[in-house]
Design a protein. Structure first.
Length: 276
């Protein structure tokens, strides 16, 4: 009996030692797994506050840490300076423009900024304080459109798609209108101030980055850009940073299911995630 008891005691001690060894070895392993996430550092991204700034803040607060990334949002209030800041190295990337706008900037400045990929469509619309339907747009009505070539062409294409005017294949300016049977009067206005022009015109084409801060709603929209629009905003950077792991990580996070759900639930379809 004594021998049996001694054997049982030894077995118990061995099992306990094995358990303690397993516990002690699992702690470093877990710590090693946690440390396996590479610290990519900080990426400075320029954008307008809405919707891009809101998207970047969401990604930084909820997703970036697990990817080893810190996103520093640098706010801008217009479409003119984010690319200049990117070109001179003040920021590492920006998120505010579509590929056509980026190409136009590069052509005008002999620049070489590049796209890391499409992220979302900030739908634009024709808003009005006076009209509730496109059918109410009378002959000789005054229409305000953006003064930059990309968004001006974007507005003209939408009007042409509704047979209100005719244009060249790729319009960028008023002279590209080939037929204006209703004698509409067009006013070219800086994008940032278009929302404020509504009291003075019959309708104005406003992109969502300026429509939302101005309090414009879908109820005031008489013509909304379709979701199959090619004007998806891209994450832009420089050739030097094109393959930087921070840019790659950020783009992956922006395209994640979590980020896409945030866009859908926050703006109810006015911001359309790129899913192709």
């Amino acid at each position: 009996m004594k021998i049996t008891a001694r054997i049982a005691g030894i077995a118990t001690a061995v099992a306990l030692a094995a358990t303690l060894a397993a516990c002690s070895s699992s702690t470093p392993a877990a710590e090693a797994g946690a440390a396996a996430v590479k610290d990519l550092g900080t990426i400075k991204v320029g954008a307008l506050q809405t919707p891009a700034g809101d998207i970047l803040k969401y990604v930084n607060d909820t997703l970036a840490k697990k990817a080893g990334l810190n996103i520093e949002f640098v706010p801008f209030t217009d479409y003119n300076t984010p690319n200049t800041a990117l070109a001179d190295g003040s920021i590492d990337a920006n998120l505010f423009q579509n590929s056509t706008f980026l190409k136009t900037f590069n052509t005008a400045t002999s620049g070489d900024l590049v796209s890391a990929g499409e992220v979302y469509l900030p739908t634009a619309a024709f808003y009005s304080d006076k009209l509730t339907s496109l059918k109410q747009l009378k002959r000789g009505a005054t229409i305000a459109i953006p003064s930059d070539p990309t968004n001006e062409g974007r507005a003209l294409k939408i009007l042409a798609s509704k047979k209100l005017i005719e244009t060249t294949a790729e319009p960028t300016k008023l002279s590209d209108i080939t037929a204006n049977p209703n004698k509409y009067v067009f006013k070219e206005i800086d994008n940032a101030t278009l929302a404020r022009s509504l009291p003075d015109v019959d309708t104005a084409f406003v992109t969502i980055s300026f429509a939302l801060p101005a309090g414009l709603t879908a109820k005031q929209a008489i013509l909304i850009e379709p979701s199959d629009s090619p004007y998806y905003n891209v994450l832009a950077t420089t050739p030097k940073l094109e393959k930087d792991p921070r840019v790659a990580a950020l783009y992956k996070l922006l395209r994640s299911a979590e980020a896409q759900k945030f866009m859908d639930t926050t703006w109810g379809g006015l911001v359309v995630p790129f899913t192709k």
